[in-house]
Write a protein that binds this ligand. Structure first.
Ligand code: GLC
Length: 545
């Protein structure tokens, strides 16, 4: 018997599960603002565009959205270079649009998390402009890291740190009279000077900014470079090159310093002083799950992205190892684990898992999505993964905007390929993205991947996500809680949760198992005979027991 499983369950949210922290089980959808939906035809997504598409997100079944930075910015790094933390960039709308968006989301039962970028400002931020104007090395410069250069005439950078985007992490300033001056630190682009978090004014300003957005009603913050604010005293040399390769592999004098935790504790107190469970989510690259868990201790942040899961290779053994490690580490501090496969900084997983074979990549991506949504904890979905979008790998150089691409040897420099605007409908670009064009060209083949094209097709990736999220709400064993590994053949992962079993065949050939329950969702068609089920290659199945 062949059984095709694509149920159309749409139950209401389980209210009891929200009782002890909505975020512990939440599915949080990342909206990359400039690429989600464009309301005014300039080819760039905006806040009104998102508001118009909120019913789509509510129907998809997510609990919350995370909006990437929409603040006033010269856009040297896609808005992660903020010039005014309390203003909306005209590209994306006005403050009233942010207000409307949050209200409308709440009306539809969706929470809203916004990005906060505390490690650095834009070089056009009033503070940095004042620092440049202030040659006296006075108070204005103390908000950043200014240092004299090394070498006889200060012509060498103050230390050997490299920017994550490639090249030195220091840029020399020019004094008003035209002579070369001090250097300033920027772990990212030169347009992103690092703030000095030893400075009391910096700390106070960010608490005020957090209050500004909390007062507007946001449900929390995704904290950009949450591991970077504190630098080792004396800014010591690292003593080697290719430092970007060490990120997430070891503690560096500029990343994952113990001092950052005090900042997160202060922010937690602030979040807790507001009603309604406002949360903080760390974007932190730490060398081990244990060090990552420090960011989510009970008096620190609520969640941290699980990049170990994101970077894990396809395969039963590596995946099981990462799952075990992640669960053990967060359990040790009582925090929920998070699961994430893609975001705006990495190659989309539908491409990553395929190693050049798009069909294989998509098949594995669908299976990985069911795995992730069945694991204990909270899940982050990156816009477009629910459509099975691949990375766009052939963008012409002249349309690229990622600063990492232009600075060469640092971070992979290919981040534009996962930021191509979403296809919503129609047979021609921009596929309903907006009334104008789209800031990055969309592949023609995306006509078949649009929301419109996939809606109602039970075999589509979109309907798979819809069904999975609906079941996740309906089945009490999913979301936060425990899981138990079950015996399974080599290459197959099987685990149970109350009333539920998940099986993932990671092999390139089929696997035969005893039927563990009633199948409720599967990424491919299953074959049953007697008491066994044949699970095709690279397939995940959910079972009710
Ligand atoms: C984070 C963001 C990334 C940005 C960087 C600098 O890693 O996710 O997009 O370039 O911080 O702010």
């Amino acid at each position: 018997m062949t059984q095709d499983l694509a149920p159309s369950v749409r139950p209401a949210a389980d209210a009891s599960r929200q009782a002890d922290g909505w975020w512990r089980s939440a599915v949080i959808y990342q909206v990359y603002v400039r690429s989600f939906a464009d309301s005014d035809g300039d080819g760039i997504g905006d806040l009104r565009g998102i508001r118009q598409r909120l019913p789509y997100l509510a129907g998809l079944g997510v609990d919350a959205l995370w909006l990437t930075p929409f603040y006033a910015s010269p856009q040297a790094d896609g808005g992660y270079d903020v010039a005014d933390y309390r203003a909306v960039d005209p590209l994306f709308g006005e403050l009233s649009d942010a207000d409307d968006l949050v209200r409308e989301a709440h009306r539809l039962g969706l929470r809203v998390i916004v990005d906060i970028v505390p490690n650095h400002t834009s070089d056009r931020h009033a503070w940095f402009e004042a620092a440049l104007a202030d040659r006296s090395e006075g108070a204005a410069r103390e908000r950043y890291h200014f240092r004299p250069g090394r070498g006889p005439s200060g012509e060498l950078p103050p230390n050997d740190w490299e920017s994550v985007f490639g090249g030195p992490a220091w840029t020399r300033t020019t004094d008003a009279d035209g002579t070369p001056g001090e250097w300033y630190l920027h772990l990212f682009a030169p347009e992103q000077p690092d703030l000095n978090w030893d400075n009391a004014e910096v700390r106070a300003e960010f608490e005020s900014v957090l209050r500004f957005w909390l007062d507007l009603g946001v449900d929390g913050f995704r904290i950009d470079v949450a591991h970077g604010m504190v630098k080792a005293p004396g800014l010591p040399d690292i003593g080697r090159t290719e430092q970007a390769k060490l990120i997430g592999a070891q503690v560096l004098p500029f990343f994952d310093q113990d001092g950052v935790h005090e900042i997160h504790r202060a922010w937690r107190r602030l979040l807790d002083s507001y009603p309604g469970q406002r949360i903080g989510v760390a974007e932190a690259w730490a060398p081990t799950s244990e060090r990552l868990a420090l960011y989510v201790r009970p008096d620190e942040l609520h969640q941290a992205f699980n990049f170990q899961f994101l970077t894990c290779d396809w395969g039963a053994r590596p995946m099981r190892e990462v799952i075990d490690e992640s669960l053990a580490a967060t359990l040790s501090v009582g925090a929920p684990t998070t699961w994430v496969l893609s975001n705006h900084d990495v190659v989309r997983h539908a491409t990553r898992y395929g190693a050049g074979d798009g069909e294989l990549g998509l098949r594995r991506a669908r299976a990985a999505a069911l795995l992730m949504l069945a694991l204990p904890g909270s899940v982050y979905v990156y816009q477009g993964e629910e459509l099975g979008l691949p990375e766009v790998v052939d963008l012409p150089d002249e349309v690229r905007q990622d600063p990492a691409f232009f600075r060469g040897d640092g971070q992979d420099g290919t981040r534009d390929g996962c930021r191509v605007p979403l296809p919503w409908s129609g047979g021609q670009a921009p596929f309903g993205f907006g009334p104008g064009g789209s800031w990055l060209p969309q592949p023609e083949a995306w006509a078949a991947l649009s929301v419109e094209a996939q809606s109602g097709d039970p075999r589509s990736t979109l309907e798979l996500y819809r069904s999975a999220m609906a079941l996740r709400r309906e089945l009490p064993g999913l979301g936060d809680g425990e899981m138990t590994w079950l015996d399974a053949p080599e290459g197959v992962l099987a685990f149970s949760r109350p009333g539920f079993v998940c099986t993932l065949n990671t092999l390139d050939g089929e696997a035969t198992l005893p039927v563990p329950g009633r199948p409720v969702l599967a990424t491919e068609a299953l074959e049953f005979s007697g008491g066994t089920v044949r699970i095709p290659a690279n397939t995940c199945v959910w079972w009710a027991v």
